[in-house]
Design a protein around this ligand. Structure first.
Ligand code: XIL
Length: 276
């Protein structure tokens, strides 16, 4: 399981050094009490930041300190509980250049290895990931991912894997072969991979043709992970259509999850389950 929002910086902190752990703790404790494998999300991301970070007038030295403090605080608190951490999320533009985030604009690309170092220091056992979307087939953006891997490794910082978010549209997923090939590229750096935020949306209202296509699409993505030894897991971004983020963000689209709004298993569920 993974907290969809509760561990994001803006959900946790209202001022420097001030944290409200209620929701995040509830998830971490639930995982522990029920023997669930917990992936945690997310330490450094340009979105859902606290206002005090977004609107701060930072110089490089202070911003680096603030990032390091935040990572030490959060990773330290869930040490041993968060088995995986998404350390840096969505640092790239579609053309593979760096996204001009607050962190990039002030610190430059060094913010990435700095974040990985801080996370490894706070919990040496946690698996540390770079996570992004549209990185499931070779192209400009995946060249950017390779650049990030090389950058982090050149700083002698620990990185354990790449998270392929895998937010897709029905009949427009990356193919089994494309995903298999790009996973080989990532694992060639001695890294693991995961499918970290899988959902496959469609135009609403859905119909049986789309739902059957979605079943095939889920099967293809899940099989690509199954067949890659270093693919360590598949996490869906919500299991039920009832709570999926898709309709809120993609107008007119939805029904992206393996379970429907009434918690019934859809063809999509069997698409994935039948190949694992
Ligand atoms: C989304 C959540 O699902 C929404 O509830 C929230 O309003 C916005 O963020 N990539 C990510 C996730 O890494 O954190 C995003 O989650 C979806 C896209």
């Amino acid at each position: 399981m993974v907290p969809e929002n509760a561990m994001k910086w803006g959900e946790l902190s209202t001022a420097r050094g001030v944290y409200n752990w209620t929701a995040a703790d509830a998830i971490a404790n639930y995982a522990e009490e029920n023997g669930k494998y917990l992936r945690c999300h997310v330490l450094v991301w340009h979105s859902q930041l606290p206002t005090w970070v977004e609107e701060g007038n930072w110089d490089n030295e202070t911003l680096v300190e603030v990032v390091q403090e935040h990572i030490a605080e959060v990773v330290g608190r869930y040490k041993g509980k968060c088995k995986d951490w998404d350390v840096v999320n969505e640092a790239l533009n579609e053309d593979g250049t760096y996204r001009e985030t607050l962190f990039y604009n002030i610190t430059g690309e060094a913010y990435i290895p700095i974040a990985f170092k801080a996370a490894a220091e706070a919990d040496p056992e946690a698996n540390l990931f770079y996570n992004d979307y549209n990185i499931g087939a070779a192209g400009n953006k995946t060249a950017g991912v390779e650049r990030i891997i090389q950058l982090v490794q050149s700083y002698d910082a620990k990185i354990d894997g790449i998270g392929l978010q895998s937010h897709y549209v029905v009949a427009d997923t990356n193919s089994y072969q494309a995903i298999s090939n790009i996973m080989d590229t990532y694992t060639s750096y001695d890294l693991n991979v995961v499918i970290s935020e899988l959902d496959i949306r469609m135009e609403l209202p859905s119909n049986s043709t789309q739902l059957i296509q979605q079943q095939l699409d889920y099967a293809g993505v899940c099989a690509a992970c199954r067949d890659e030894e270093r693919c360590k897991g598949i996490t869906v971004w919500q299991f039920t259509d009832k709570y999926s983020w898709v309709p809120d963000v993609f107008e007119g689209e939805g029904d992206a999850c393996p379970w429907d709004e009434d918690y019934n298993k859809k063809p999509a569920y069997y698409g994935c389950a039948s190949v694992l």
